[in-house]
Design a protein around this ligand. Sequence first.
Ligand SMILES: *[C@@H]1O[C@H](CO)[C@@H](O)[C@H](O)[C@H]1NC(C)=O
Ligand SMILES: *[C@@H]1O[C@H](CO)[C@@H](O)[C@H](O)[C@H]1NC(C)=O
Ligand SMILES: *[C@@H]1O[C@H](CO)[C@@H](O)[C@H](O)[C@H]1NC(C)=O
Ligand SMILES: *[C@@H]1O[C@H](CO)[C@@H](O)[C@H](O)[C@H]1NC(C)=O
Ligand SMILES: *[C@@H]1O[C@H](CO)[C@@H](O)[C@H](O)[C@H]1NC(C)=O
Ligand SMILES: *[C@@H]1O[C@H](CO)[C@@H](O)[C@H](O)[C@H]1NC(C)=O
Ligand SMILES: *[C@@H]1O[C@H](CO)[C@@H](O)[C@H](O)[C@H]1NC(C)=O
Ligand SMILES: *[C@@H]1O[C@H](CO)[C@@H](O)[C@H](O)[C@H]1NC(C)=O
Ligand SMILES: *[C@@H]1O[C@H](CO)[C@@H](O)[C@H](O)[C@H]1NC(C)=O
Length: 487
Amino acid sequence: MPPNLSLILFFFFLNLSALTFSTVSAVGFNWGTAASHPLSPFKVVQLLNSNNITKVKLLDPNPLVLQALSGSTVQLTIGIPNPMLKLLNSSRKAAESWVHDNVTRYLSGGTGGVRIEYIAVGDEPFLQSYGDEYYPYVMGAVANIQAAITKVNLESRIKVVVPCSYDAFLSESGLPSKGHFRPELNKTMIQLLTFLTTHRSPFFASISPFLSFLQNKNISLDFALFKETARPHDDSRRTYKNSFELIYDTLVASLSKIGFLTVDIVVDQVGWPTDGAGNANSSTAETFMKGLLDYLHSRSGSPLRPRRPPLETYILSLLDEDQRNISTGPFERHWGVFTFDGQAKYHLNFGQGTKNLVNAQNVEYLSPKWCVLNNNKDLSNASASALEACSVADCTALAPGASCSNIGWPGNISYAFNSYYQQNDQRPESCDFQGLALITTIDPSNNYCRFPVQIRTSNSQSLDASFLLKAISLSAVFWLSQIVYFQ
Ligand SMILES: *[C@@H]1O[C@H](CO)[C@@H](O)[C@H](O)[C@H]1NC(C)=O
Ligand SMILES: *[C@@H]1O[C@H](CO)[C@@H](O)[C@H](O)[C@H]1NC(C)=O
Ligand SMILES: *[C@@H]1O[C@H](CO)[C@@H](O)[C@H](O)[C@H]1NC(C)=O
Ligand SMILES: *[C@@H]1O[C@H](CO)[C@@H](O)[C@H](O)[C@H]1NC(C)=O
Ligand SMILES: *[C@@H]1O[C@H](CO)[C@@H](O)[C@H](O)[C@H]1NC(C)=O
Ligand SMILES: *[C@@H]1O[C@H](CO)[C@@H](O)[C@H](O)[C@H]1NC(C)=O
Ligand SMILES: *[C@@H]1O[C@H](CO)[C@@H](O)[C@H](O)[C@H]1NC(C)=O
Ligand SMILES: *[C@@H]1O[C@H](CO)[C@@H](O)[C@H](O)[C@H]1NC(C)=O
Ligand SMILES: *[C@@H]1O[C@H](CO)[C@@H](O)[C@H](O)[C@H]1NC(C)=O
């Protein structure tokens, strides 16, 4: 071989490897809609555009959201809700209709349609708290959805994936190299990984340094927040400098253990909440996010996967959602980088041209009015009324360690009344509480505890007064969980 040809080949391969290692590790956002007063999807799409957000993961194919995204260049992952898995496992016809109604229909249109990259089968169907309610149906549903995609010739455009929860893999000793999947998931995981590698699709997994910090005494706050001063964790000769890479390698080891050493990983949920628990505030979240983004942009990867950071990473989450399930904790409603009304909670430069986050524009609010406790009344029944309000309203800011946990009694009663009143679009009858409440135009908020005024939505006028009835008839589980938070 002439020397210059080998030189050319050498540079060719050098370039090739440089290419594979320097592809940008894309950052996207989870956009959930479990809010009592969701920001209009059109305003959210503006928010995405003004912040150069190019990738979004949706938990379900919400038609209003998909319409708002039509014509945009945002690349989408759309999720299939867990309750559909059973049907999709047993019926290929159902899978074809799902794909037709929720995918094909939106791909083209006057404005160019939406760009769907991934279909995520299930919403973390392997969560341990679900037991075997969903995971036995996952692979059947995956096969039927894939067949439906292939039938309409979309198999080269859209990949079928499954979002894996943070608790599907673990390491009892805390050592990443000892990571493994929960034993009952072994078979499903092997089938899933075989499917994904056949279709050259990535493995989607959630990584939660926040939950790991809450649940594991060995993880310090500094280690979870990517602080350089944190004490590293060693695993024989490998050194871990932050919680994220430790959990990431626990996953890498779990995948290797069942024979899949090289599959690409997409981190489909990672974030830090700003309320609802101690150590969850804007300042810790900002530190976490900055650490995460610096880590991803450095492209250094982890000890088990040097220079191979996640293919893509989806931040949890875009906006706060006041109706998210709080069985894991009150912080679940405060993952947003933006508040429920699209205002940035902290500075963040996620490296896609954006210097500072841009807020949602022209948000329309209800009137500047609040519902508070009338101190001139006999307050002996006030706490019971507040608990009742909290069973439907959002009182997660009153949880221990949260932003309003220090306002004490009776301020916390007012907080509960106001949350209920706002969720009911400030209808006068929702600020009664057996005569204990009154409406005020004086903002009861203080520096650290905010009494929010809700967004005006299209149904603001059309709801009726059936909320109190709902409040009373709510499930015991919800009641109990609230009582636990207020001790
Ligand atoms: C999934 O569907 C297949 C085909 O209908 C069926 O044989 C199988 O039992 C289903 N799986 C479960 C867990 O029900
Ligand atoms: C489209 O998706 C939604 C949400 O998963 C579901 O309720 C609906 O039934 C789907 N359409 C079809 C035809 O399956
Ligand atoms: C916590 O640290 C101790 C001492 O370093 C170690 O023995 C133990 O396995 C660790 N546990 C977890 C769950 O990380
Ligand atoms: C799961 O797979 C691992 C690795 O192959 C094996 O060591 C373990 O025994 C399996 N567990 C079950 C319950 O099959
Ligand atoms: C946020 O949490 C950190 C860690 O607990 C704490 O040091 C800090 O004072 C908190 N900041 C605010 C503004 O509450
Ligand atoms: C919240 O999630 C838990 C655990 O997954 C579940 O048992 C409960 O029914 C859910 N609550 C609501 C209101 O959906
Ligand atoms: C979005 O990206 C473009 C091109 O990289 C850049 O010119 C623009 O300033 C960015 N927008 C924001 C808000 O940073
Ligand atoms: C408190 O509630 C009890 C039971 O509903 C009721 O009998 C009592 O009159 C109430 N007290 C006041 C001051 O409203
Ligand atoms: C309000 O604070 C009091 C005293 O700390 C407490 O007993 C009560 O449960 C709280 N109520 C609510 C709704 O948070």
